[in-house]
Design a protein around this ligand. Sequence first.
Ligand code: TMP
Length: 212
Amino acid sequence: NGANTESRGACIVLEGLDRSGKTSQSTRLVSYLEGLGHSAELWRFPDRTTSVGQMISSYLSNESQLDDHTVHLLFSANRWQKRSLMERKLKAGTSLIIDRYSFSGVAFSSAKGLDFDWCKAPEIGLLAPDLVLYLDIPPEKAAERGGYGTERYEKLEFQRKVADCYKVLQDPSWKVVDAQLPIEEISKQVQEVGLKCVEQCLKGKQLSLLWS
Ligand code: TMP
C-alpha cells in the first residue's frame, strides 16, 4: 500500500555500557548481512569525523572542558548532522547498523544528573531505529574486561549510573542480549533478530521518528 510502505533498509542500533561488546557485534552483524547479499553499513555515534564530532572527541579525551548541557547538545547535533544521509541510505535500501545512538545520549547525560526529559528533547525528530539491541552486562563485569581507557566516562562509578539510566529508557521493544554469553552465542542472537528486522523492512515498513 503506497509510498508509506516502500521497501527500505533497516535501522538497527546497538546500545550498552562501555566494554559491553557493541563494536564487535555491530561489525559482525554487518558482515553477516553482507554475506547474505544485503546492503549494510556500520555507523557509530559519536561520529568523530565531523567538526562537531571533533569537539566531542577532544572533550572525551579530556583535552577540553565543556558544560554538561553543552556537550549533550553537541552529541545530539552530531546525530542531526547525519540525519538526512541516514534517511537517504535507508530509502536507497541500505541497512544501517549503528553503534550507539540517542539512547546513549540520554543515558550518559542523565547519569550526570541532567533532567531526563530535557535530555530527550533535542533527539525528537531524529529517525527512530527499527530495532534496539541492548548488550546487557553488569558494570562490574564490564570493568573487569579491562580496556577501560582513559576517556572521561570509562569509570566504574559512572558506568553504574549509566546502567540505571539505560533501565529507565529501556522499553519492551528492545531486544536485550546477555553480553556475558560466549561471543558466538551473542552473535547468533544478534543475527537472528537483526535479519528478521532487515527482512521486515525490505517488505516495506514506514520510517518513524523519535520518540515514538
Ligand atoms: P564510544 O566509546 O562508543 O566512541 O563513545 C564515546 C563515549 O561517549 C561513550 O562513553 C558514550 C558517550 N556518549 C554520550 O555521552 N552521548 C552520546 O550521545 C553518545 C553517542 C555517546
